[in-house]
Design a protein around this ligand. Structure first.
Ligand code: GAP
Length: 452
């Protein structure tokens, strides 16, 4: 189980239309990738699964979808302007730039020269101009994390939902970082998606909630098909913590290139909410909280029974969609010997993540009766709303089965000449390759059982 190396996954992604290099026809852009016809399905399924577990299956979380372009003051007061940097080293020989912590034995990773500059901080945020005049006076940042927009919307969410502590706000969306050395396929890129929850709690209950969220998140990854033995928890040492964090536990996954961060669960304390609040003009949250005055309290949370105000602590499970995609793909990937020197590649994805849920295949592509029966089955299954059901009219059953094994389709339904007589199709299971005859009338129940 799992791929032998990253190259196998890259090749599969390109061959079958999961992932393409951005603007490849112009030579590509480093650290940027596009998700193809199957990639977008798998990615959406992963995001839907996260959203269901975070928002629908709980009763203490609301959703949000906010802007990517962010007011510079937000990222000034969040500390990102000053501290969201990586240490950059220049090679004086070949002029390439590297992250200082990616340099081994003091040698340039490109040319091997030891003639390197001292590390200097390099801010990872992308800036862009707002409005028609490009004189640098009016700019915005492309958000480096989705979290800040959740913090700045805290009062809006509370006012419109009447939430009290503890509760969370979930968001899935793009984040941008001008990584010095993007690498390892979609693992470290410059434009990616995050699935972030900011969970607001009473100060003093934060450590307990933090422990709980680490457990919940590991459980969720296991439900996505990640084996426990390929996950490790790492307590980030104090000196490596982000500027906002009191404690962070990274959920690490054994990627093809090594054990690396899949998700971080941070205890952000009241750093962000306190900072945004304090820094609003003429506004001293700590003083106002003491006075219990609500007129100027912007981001504090009110306990309506006791009429007290709290600047909540924040527990933040923050996962990368792209890294999650890579992890579930790697876990699902396997090759099997079929005898006679033949092999098959199978993506044993959990059915809820599979890009295609079922494929309906007429045995012969030119036979009108087979084709129309297959199309009717496709429409009726599609109407169940369980994801993409494909009408596959390739006319070569063997090839279709191989292709669907490789892209993780859990079930193939073949419409043959017997179907026209007995109203049954041949259902073939991706993982066992076992085949059985199933009545067309029973297909909705049959498919639901496999997918749900
Ligand atoms: N709001 C907290 C935060 O952004 P982070 O550890 O910097 O924390 C969270 O990022 C997650 O986002 C990471 O665990 C990772 O999965 C993903 N991520 C971060 N940088 C990335 C990059 N350059 N490419 C792909 N995913 C990235």
């Amino acid at each position: 189980m799992t791929a032998n190396n990253m190259e196998e996954l890259v090749a599969l992604c390109k061959r079958r239309g999961f992932i393409f290099q951005t603007n490849e026809i112009y030579g590509g852009l480093q650290g940027l990738y596009d998700y193809g016809p199957l990639g977008v399905e798998l990615k959406n399924n992963l995001k839907t699964s996260w959203w269901s577990s975070m928002v629908y299956e709980r009763d203490d979380v609301e959703g949000l979808d906010s802007s990517i372009l962010t007011h510079p003051d937000v990222l000034k007061y969040s500390g990102h302007e000053e501290t969201f940097t990586d240490p950059l080293v220049d090679c004086k020989e070949c002029k390439s730039r590297s992250r200082a912590d990616h340099i081994e034995d003091g040698k340039c990773p490109s040319c091997g020269s030891k003639d390197l500059t001292e590390p200097r901080p390099f801010n990872l945020m992308f800036k862009t101009n707002i409005g028609p005049i490009d004189d640098g006076s009016s700019f915005a940042y492309l958000r480096p994390e989705t979290a800040q927009q959740i913090f700045t919307n805290l009062k809006n969410v509370i006012d419109t939902t009447s939430r009290t502590l503890p509760f969370g706000v979930a968001q899935i969306g793009k984040a941008f970082r001008n990584e010095i050395t993007p690498r390892n396929f979609i693992f470290r890129v410059r434009e990616f998606e995050q699935m972030e929850l900011e969970f607001f709690v009473e100060p003093g209950t934060d450590e307990e909630w933090h422990d709980q969220w680490v457990k919940d998140r590991v459980n969720w990854w296991e439900k996505q098909g990640i084996k426990k033995k390929n996950l490790e928890l790492v307590d980030i040492p104090k000196e490596d913590l982000s500027h906002y964090s009191k404690k962070t536990v990274d959920i690490m996954y054994r990627f093809p290139h090594g054990l690396e961060e899949l998700e971080g669960v941070a205890n952000r304390t009241d750093f962000d909410i306190g900072s945004h609040t304090k820094n609003q003009k003429d506004f001293d949250i700590k003083a106002k909280v003491k006075q219990n005055s609500d007129s100027v309290i912007k981001l504090a949370v009110q306990d309506k029974i006791n009429n007290t105000w709290t600047i909540p602590y924040v527990i933040e499970p923050s996962a990368g969609v792209d890294r999650g995609f890579l992890a579930v793909l790697n876990e699902a990937y396997k090759t099997e010997d079929l005898g006679d020197g033949k092999q098959r590649t199978v993506l044993s994805l959990k059915p809820h993540l599979s890009p295609i849920k079922a494929s309906v295949i007429p045995l012969k592509r030119n036979n009108k009766d087979l084709v129309s029966t297959a199309l009717k089955i496709k429409s009726s299954l599609q109407a169940l709303g369980m994801g993409r059901i494909l009408f596959d009219n390739s006319g070569n059953i063997g090839k279709s089965y191989r292709r669907h094994d490789e892209v993780g389709t859990p079930i193939c339904l073949t419409v043959d000449f017997e179907t026209l007589e007995d109203q049954k199709v041949t259902a073939r299971d991706r993982d066992t390759m076992a085949q059985e005859r199933v009545s067309i009338l029973d297909l909705p129940k049959y498919i639901k059982k496999i997918l749900l």
